[in-house]
Design a protein around this ligand. Structure first.
Ligand code: NCD
Length: 306
């Protein structure tokens, strides 16, 4: 029997395993039709205890494009969680219905608890401010596809580096590749957590923290923009004060390299002006497409379907 595997953190897969996953995603990109029946008869459950559009629909599309079916809930108030059921019990029940489960939860670690009780693969689709591994796989595949390799670049991460789980997950994952320099661009209140900078220092990975985006723009090969995470703020006043701290516009883009790429996990609020959308350096909608390929590849890998 094959060993049951989950995806809780991008580091759950070795660099070599990720390469295989990205190669498979590349094959899917080239010829999606030849994967249309790989998951015939399989069911994906999406258990979303927190709002999502892109991630949930991306998972559902991935399974449908593989020929499988989906079920689940997009709102915890419509599930037994509202009656007080634990995620541990929910996953035991879901294990009887589905072959694989994608779970998003506002509490850090909840999908991990589910995984320990599950008899089907569980994918963490975002847990609180902690990790968002499939967004990270999306980001890595996008970088690899656009830049040709995962390494030897300077990446600026800008916006809410304190609460943004996609940022935490991505830094973690990139820390295994060579020649990467991080520039963290945020207001003081939204700095990247200390545990992350400590990890980088320990691994001798260069990073810099700045407040002004314009000052570092010319150095960047990638600019990863993020929205200020309203739902994780303790008070509304702070959110209002910080929400429009960065707005990427044409004037700022004039300072960027001609071959820099702008990434964003989406949803965008005001942090990227729509006037940038037609700039050839804007890669955030392409990123959504890569997210579909990589989720298809992940479902196949975790279900051990060749
Ligand atoms: C991100 C998330 O949920 O953390 N969205 C996504 O999954 N693409 C980013 C965000 O909500 O800002």
């Amino acid at each position: 029997m094959n060993k049951l595997r989950h995806m809780m953190n991008p580091l759950d897969f070795s660099v070599e395993e990720l390469e295989e996953l990205f190669d498979l995603a590349g094959e899917i990109e080239k010829d999606m039709d030849s994967y249309a029946h790989k998951c015939d008869g399989k069911i994906l459950a999406t258990c979303f205890y927190e709002p999502s559009t892109r991630t949930r629909l991306s998972f559902e599309t991935a399974m449908l494009r593989l020929g499988g079916k989906t079920l689940g809930f997009a709102d915890a108030s419509n599930s037994s969680a509202a009656k007080g059921e634990s995620v541990a019990d929910t996953i035991r029940v879901i294990s009887c219905f589905a072959d694989i489960c994608a779970m998003r939860h506002p509490k850090e670690g909840a999908p991990m608890v589910a995984a320990t009780k599950s008899s089907i693969p569980v994918i963490n689709a975002g847990d609180g401010g902690h990790q968002h591994p499939t967004q990270t796989l999306t980001d890595l595949l996008t970088i690899r596809s656009l830049y040709g390799k995962l390494g030897d670049f300077t990446i600026g991460l800008c916006g809410d580096l304190k609460f943004g789980r996609t940022v935490h997950s991505l830094i973690n994952a990139l820390s295994r590749y060579e020649g990467i320099r991080f520039i963290f661009i945020s207001p003081k209140e939204l700095r990247v957590p200390d545990y992350i900078t400590e990890m980088l220092t320990q691994k001798n990975i260069p990073y810099e923290e700045v407040i002004k985006l314009e000052d570092v723009m010319p150095q960047l090969d990638f600019l990863y923009m993020t929205r200020v995470q309203k739902e994780r703020f303790f008070n509304e006043e702070d959110y209002i004060r910080l929400k429009d701290f960065y707005i990427l516009n044409k004037e700022k883009m004039a300072k960027a390299k001609v071959n820099m790429y702008i990434l964003h996990p989406l949803p965008r609020v005001n942090e990227i002006s729509v006037e940038i959308d037609d700039d050839p350096r804007a890669a955030y909608f392409k990123q959504v497409q890569y997210g579909l390929y990589v989720r298809m590849a992940l479902i196949l890998t975790l279900l051990n379907i060749k």
